[in-house]
Design a protein around this ligand. Structure first.
Ligand SMILES: Cc1ncc(COP(=O)(O)O)c(C=O)c1O
Length: 414
């Protein structure tokens, strides 16, 4: 087997787990600084942000510091008062950065939590229909199977393979029984990104028909431009632990202010309410924070805020542009590699950092995945289509790493 480092002309110790950024131009010094702050970025060829993102040291330090701070007296106002600011501050920060109002933001622990809140927010009746696509993550499939089995709803599927028309696909599946459309903003399977304009157009159509529109945004923020208001959806579920490089187990759900009372609660508890008594009366919080309840991981949420701040300091646009230029490089590299093709969309804004290539027919994606991560510390992922293989390309990756991964794949699939 040819060592990955040699294949790519990389520093020799790539295969031993330490990657360098020798191909970075002086104007990319910010990338080198970012890489240096993310241990996983130099401890491996990290092309798995779409699965789970690494975090910069500053984020982990924030979580540790907050845990220790809180632990000096969780109920002591000298500590509790500060900790009580974490969630409102984070809601305001996420609202500002991703185009929502503060009272439209609920803090969750994962994208899946947001999806389930939305999926269970209607009083489903037998025969009601939801529209999903053929490029969804299980997190946006399983809740619908459960609702199908419990309430007899019907699932309709649209084809969001590369090149299909979102509007035509949805139009062909709409019926008088359609009550919700729930699809990925950026697909984890083929990298396709719903354009902001087409999403807004779909949102307008669905609103006129009283159909709720939810986007699964696990792969959105930090990877592609994400503006909740401009996307025109009713609800948007996302997480802190992928492209935003935040702590694991952090997320957010955005819900349009004017439909908060229609997006009904299926789970509630202490902190969902504004007022209550023990005679049976209660009122919910006025904002989306009503979807939160119970004691919460405040230190992790503080780390989530630190992660978004860290990304903002670099600049979201700069990060998104860098991702796109690395994807250009990957497309070019595949064009010069026998046996491999590109599966994800070729042009911006349909594409994202979720870069998917097609393997030769006889190459087993799961075996390849195991082989790459164990032998070469190249972390990538198989996806739904058996011949597709995903490289999640974030700003901290380098052209050398992409070349190394592609060469290693070609070598192993030869
Ligand atoms: C498109 C998509 N949706 C949902 C999820 C689940 O995310 P979480 O672990 O935040 O629930 C993932 C995770 O990979 C995903 O890619």
């Amino acid at each position: 087997m040819v060592p990955v480092g040699r294949l790519a002309g990389l520093h020799e110790d790539v295969a031993a787990g330490a990657t360098t950024a020798s191909d970075l131009a002086p104007q990319d010094a910010w990338v080198a600084r970012g890489r240096a702050e993310i241990p996983a970025a130099t401890g491996s060829v990290y092309l798995q942000t779409g699965g789970i993102g690494p975090a910069p040291k500053a984020v982990i330090d924030e979580v540790k510091d907050r845990l220790e701070f809180q632990n000096q007296g969780p109920a002591d106002p000298r500590y509790a008062t500060d900790m009580a600011r974490v969630e409102p501050d984070l809601r305001a920060q996420l609202a500002r950065v991703f185009g929502a109002a503060t009272d439209e933001v609920a803090l969750t622990h994962s994208t899946s939590e947001g999806i389930s809140i939305v999926a269970w927010s209607l009083n489903w009746r037998p025969g009601d229909e939801v529209i999903l696509s053929n490029i969804e993550h299980p997190a946006n499939v399983i809740p619908w199977y459960v609702l199908r089995d419990r309430f007899g709803i019907a699932i309709r599927e649209i084809d969001l393979s590369v090149g299909t028309s979102l509007m035509d696909e949805v139009a062909a599946q709409l019926s008088p029984r359609t009550r919700m459309v729930s699809i990925s903003h950026v697909s984890r399977n083929n990298g396709r990104t719903i354009r902001t304009g087409e999403s807004a157009e779909l949102g307008r159509l669905l609103r006129t028909r009283g159909i709720r529109y939810h986007l699964d945004g696990a792969q959105g923020p930090g990877c592609v431009p994400t503006d909740f208001r401009a996307l025109g959806c009713d609800c948007y579920s996302t997480c802190g632990h992928k492209w935003l490089l935040g702590p694991k187990g952090t997320g957010a759900l955005f819900v349009r202010r004017n439909i908060l009372d229609d997006v009904q609660l299926s789970w509630a508890g202490s902190h969902s309410h504004a007022t209550m008594d023990y005679e049976g009366a209660y009122t919910l919080l006025p904002g989306a924070a009503r979807y939160e309840f119970g004691t919460r991981a405040l230190a992790d949420f503080a780390g989530f805020g630190r992660a978004v701040e860290w990304m903002e300091d670099i600049g979201f646009e700069r990060i998104e542009d860098r991702i796109q230029s690395l994807v250009d490089h990957a497309i070019e590299a595949i064009a010069h590699t026998d046996g491999l093709e590109v599966s994800s969309p070729g042009t911006r804004p349909d594409r994202s950092g979720v870069f998917v290539l097609q393997l030769p027919a006889d190459c087993d994606a799961t075996a390849l995945y195991n082989d790459l991560r164990e032998d070469a510390r190249i972390l990538a992922s198989p996806v739904r289509q058996p011949r597709d293989f995903r490289l999640s390309i974030h700003f901290f990756n380098t052209r050398d790493e992409i070349d190394a991964a592609i060469a290693a794949i070609a070598e192993r699939c030869r």
